[in-house]
Structures are given as structure tokens and as C-alpha cells.
Write a protein that binds this ligand. Structure first.
Ligand code: ADP
Length: 499
């Protein structure tokens, strides 16, 4: 009985494949970047063939490197960049246009119009989402309206819509499967997350025929098998989830009240709220965390922060005060505190929970004594303080008090940052031994479906901590830093609207 799991992690800039064993240990990885296409300012596309080709090639490469054959693999799990939108021909599999990437702003005017007519309230109540170009729904409408011939073909039932999970599953199965999972569906703007079905009112309003849409199956279930020629033998296709939800699952945040934060370019905080979807009053998004076969839908609150690790990149590339990202830690650690300096890295506005498109980067509180070390320290404070803002909003919305925060992503390597995070949150921060939590989550979902693991308890037992950071800061110091941060955010707010 094969026990290895192949996780496919299709990201925004690269495709990766990771092979895990039944202990959840990483055996081998392969990664390939692919081109980003920017046809106009604010537009972002990927060539769907690049997505599939790089994903297939890294899957083959990882098996080669690990010297295992497809017959040794018990199941494939998929995790993916979310919201990115594709439409293809059901007969030929040929896309009608490039994939429109989540970052693409081309449908911002359509979203403005939906908000102006008040339809955003309907969207929020049914999908848990804010009406923003980020999500797939308006991208689908754009393709139908702007790619010649697409609408009549869609109305004749000849076309298929999918997010990247669906596109990969389609290709892996040789066109046999047109399926998505509830986590990916919950990011489309077209899916009623409370009823668990595509929403006819929203579809009608956006003029999207239902015939385009994939079947929604649980995040952990045997959907079918890969066709033999892709990897040398057929392998069960058994799990799918969007990247952030997969990371929550990979962090074994199975119970309500558990949360993870991924510190990359930006940060994504997800809080498991259990079987009830909490409607946010604080500008967070309500989303589906996962659904296991035969189980209930598990919901999450999600907050995205635009600039966290990218602020460290700016210290390196914009200010030139560090040579590489890792140098921020000793530099920031060379001072006891930022000494009253605050840095609000609102380079592209502020995301959750502020949602201020006009906020701009602000460095405030400097004196003649301020050095680059204080600025480095203020940068780490800012990464942690922005996460505190989101977790505070989650607490306000859900009433849930966090007992620990599980962390991953490139900047979670920074011990000082993790200590600052624990201090400012006042709860322990836990960094796992396996930090490839996104891929691990996809592997867990697939392995559960084929019986490599019996249940989520077995996964929770497997999940191990590399290091726990306990809060050490005195309460009054914490309060004073948070109060200073709030004042700094106020100064940064609305800057670019010129008012
Ligand atoms: P992404 O998946 O968004 O590309 P990663 O998870 O690879 O991001 O993390 C990369 C980010 O982490 C970069 O923005 C980088 O500046 C930041 N980073 C990497 N190492 C450190 C570190 N030691 N301290 C702080 N930030 C870091």
C-alpha cells in the first residue's frame, strides 16, 4: 500500500511540487517559476499553458529526484493561488484567454458600479466577501463581455470556468473532472457560503450562465484519478484547497479559536470559527476553511495585510540599510526598542481591517538620536502591529479569544519578529517544525481521503513545534506601543487623496 503523498502547490510566481511521507515529513521538493504578463498598468495575467506545464514538470521532477514512481504515491493534493480565473473549451481544453490573476485590477470599475447600486450588501451577506476586483466573479463577467464569441459559446454550454485548482484537476484527469472545492468556490463571489451552492441571484446579476460552473466537492475526497501519461501511472486525486486555507489545515488549526499567520510579502491571518460563519463588522472576509467528506463546512475569518515582508525588502532595496532580509534581525536587535519611532508601511494603502486605499507609508516620531537600527526595529514592530490589528478585529467579530498564534512564511524565520509578535499580542506564538504548511495542508487533505491518516486527530498529533515564543512584555509597555501605533496609522490614513 503506497503511503507517499504528492502535494502540488501552484503559486502566483511559481509552481512547486512537494513529496511527503506518512509522518508528514518533507522528502523532496521541485519548483519552477513562470512568466508574469502585464498587458496594461494594473492588469496581471498568466498563460494557462505555463501554469499546467510548470506544475506537471515539477511533479515529474520531484518523483525523479526522490527516485519513486507514481505507483508509490497514494494520492495527489492540490493547493493554489486563489481567485485567479480561467475559462476553457470543454471539448478541446483550450483556454479562451489568459488566466486573469487575483492581483488584476481590470474589473475595479465593475465593482464600483456594483457598490453604487448597493449590490455589495447582497454579495457580503451571501458570499462573506467584499465587492472587490480581487475575487473571481467580475473577472468571469469580464471574459464573457470582452472575449469575442465567449458569451454565445458559454450559453451553448461549450465552456468551463475554473479557478487554478479546477484547471489543474481538469488537466490531471485528462478533461474528465470539472470540479472545485468549497474553499476555492468561496473566493469566487458567486458561491453562497451559508447554503453551500452557487448563487442564482448573483449569477443573474453578473449575467453568468450556471453551465460554466464546476461541481463543488469536499476539500478532502477522491475526485478521480490522474491519467497515466501525466506521471507514469494513475494516482488518486484526493484533496484541494486554496493556499491560505491549506496553510490553516497544514498548521493543524482544526478547532474553533485556532489561528495562523503567514508572513510573506504580505500577511494572511486566518481564524477557525468552526461550523458557524461569522459575519464581519470589521471589514474582514468570511470564508470557508475546508469541508471534509461527510463533515460539516468549517468557516474562517480572514484578514489580508498588504505589506509585511515587503517592508523588509524596502529596507534593503529602497533605503539600502540592510544587504539582505536576514540582516534586519541583528540590526533591529541592536536596540532595545524603536525609541518612539513608528513605521506604517502603507505603500499601497492599508488592507484589513483598515481598507484605506489612500493611506501611504509614514515614518514618524524620529529625533536626532534615531538611527537605521530604530527604523529596522520599527519595521518589525509594524509587521507585528498590523497582525495585532487584524486579530483584534477577529476578536471583536467573533468574541473568540486567541490562545496561541501559529506562524509560517519567509519572515517567520525571524526570531526577534516572532518574539515581538508574542509580546504585542500577549499570547504565545508557535512556529512549527515543518514550515511548508500550505503544501502540507494539501497533502493532509489528500491523505485523509485515501486513508493514509485516519482522522484530524492523527494529523494534530503529527504536527510539531519548532519553537514557542512566550509573551514577555509588561502590559503598560504593550499598551503604550499599541496606542502610539494607532496614532501613527491615523497620520498615514487618507494621505494620497490630498484632502
Ligand atoms: P512570498 O511567498 O510572499 O513570496 P515568502 O514566504 O517567501 O514570501 O517570504 C519572503 C518575504 O519574507 C520577503 O518579503 C522577505 O523580505 C521576508 N523575509 C525573509 N527573511 C526575513 C527575515 N529574516 N526577517 C524578516 N523578513 C524576512
Amino acid at each position: 500500500m503506497p503511503q507517499l503523498i504528492l502535494a502540488l502547490d501552484q503559486g502566483t510566481t511559481s509552481s512547486r511540487a512537494i513529496l511527503f511521507d506518512e509522518a508528514g515529513q518533507l522528502l523532496e521538493t521541485a519548483q519552477q517559476e513562470f512568466p508574469q504578463i502585464f498587458p496594461r498598468p494594473g492588469w496581471v495575467e498568466h498563460d494557462p499553458h505555463d501554469i499546467w506545464r510548470t506544475q506537471r514538470d515539477v511533479a515529474r521532477a520531484v518523483l525523479d529526484r526522490a527516485k519513486v514512481s507514481a505507483a508509490d504515491v497514494a494520492a495527489i493534493g492540490i493547493t493554489n493561488q486563489r481567485e485567479t480565473t480561467l475559462i476553457w473549451d470543454r471539448r478541446t481544453g483550450e483556454p479562451v484567454y489568459n488566466a486573469i490573476v487575483w492581483q488584476c485590477r481590470r474589473t475595479a470599475p465593475m465593482c464600483d458600479a456594483l457598490r453604487a447600486e448597493g449590490f455589495d450588501a447582497v454579495i457580503r451577506a451571501k458570499t462573506g466577501l467584499v465587492t472587490d476586483a480581487y475575487f473571481s466573479g467580475t473577472k468571469v463577467a469580464w471574459l464573457l463581455d470582452n472575449v469575442p464569441g465567449t458569451r454565445p459559446r458559454a450559453e451553448r454550454g461549450e465552456l468551463a470556468f475554473g479557478t487554478v485548482d479546477t484547471w489543474l484537476l481538469w488537466n490531471l484527469s485528462g478533461g474528465a473532472l470539472h470540479v472545485t472545492d468549497p474553499t476555492n468556490a468561496s473566493r469566487t463571489l458567486l458561491y453562497n457560503i451559508y447554503k453551500g451552492d452557487w448563487d442564482d441571484e448573483i449569477l443573474a446579476h453578473l449575467n453568468i450562465p450556471r453551465s460554466l460552473l464546476p461541481e463543488v466537492r469536499p476539500s478532502s475526497a477522491v475526485y478521480g484519478e490522474s491519467v497515466a501519461h501525466v506521471l507514469g501511472a494513475s494516482i488518486p486525486l484526493a484533496g484541494m484547497a486554496g493556499d491560505q486555507q491549506a496553510a490553516l489545515f497544514g498548521q493543524a488549526c482544526h478547532a474553533p479559536g485556532m489561528a495562523k499567520n503567514t508572513y510573506g510579502t504580505g500577511s494572511f491571518v486566518l481564524l477557525n470559527t468552526g461550523e458557524s460563519g461569522v459575519e464581519s463588522k470589521s471589514n474582514l472576509v468570511t470564508t470557508i476553511a475546508w469541508q471534509l467528506e461527510g463533515g460539516p463546512v468549517t468557516y474562517a475569518l480572514e484578514g489580508s495585510i498588504f505589506v509585511t515582508g515587503a517592508a523588509v525588502q524596502w529596507l534593503r532595496d529602497g533605503l539600502g540599510i540592510i544587504g539582505n532580509a536576514a540582516e534586519v534581525e541583528p540590526l533591529a536587535g541592536s536596540v532595545e526598542s524603536a525609541d518612539g519611532v513608528y513605521f506604517v508601511p502603507a505603500f499601497v494603502g492599508l488592507g484589513a481591517p483598515h481598507w484605506d486605499a489612500y493611506a501611504r507609508g509614514t515614518l514618524i516620531g524620529m529625533t536626532r538620536g534615531t538611527t537605521r537600527a530604530h527604523i529596522a526595529r520599527a519595521t518589525l514592530d509594524a509587521i507585528a502591529l498590523q497582525s495585532c490589528d487584524v486579530l483584534d478585529a477577529m476578536h471583536a467579530d467573533s468574541g473568540i479569544t486567541l490562545s496561541a498564534l501559529r506562524v509560517d512564511g519567509g519572515a517567520a524565520k525571524n526570531d526577534l519578529l516572532m518574539q515581538i509578535q508574542a509580546d504585542l499580542l500577549g499570547v504565545p506564538v508557535q512556529r512549527p517544525a515543518v514550515t511548508e504548511t500550505t503544501a502540507l495542508g494539501a497533502a493532509y487533505l489528500a491523505g485523509l481521503a485515501v486513508g493514509v491518516w485516519p482522522d484530524t486527530d492523527a494529523l494534530a498529533r503529527q504536527w510539531t513545534i519548532d519553537r514557542t515564543f512566550e509573551p514577555r512584555m509588561a502590559d503598560d509597555e504593550r499598551q503604550s506601543l499599541i496606542a502610539g501605533w494607532r496614532r501613527a496609522v491615523e497620520r498615514a490614513s487618507g494621505w494620497a487623496d490630498g484632502a
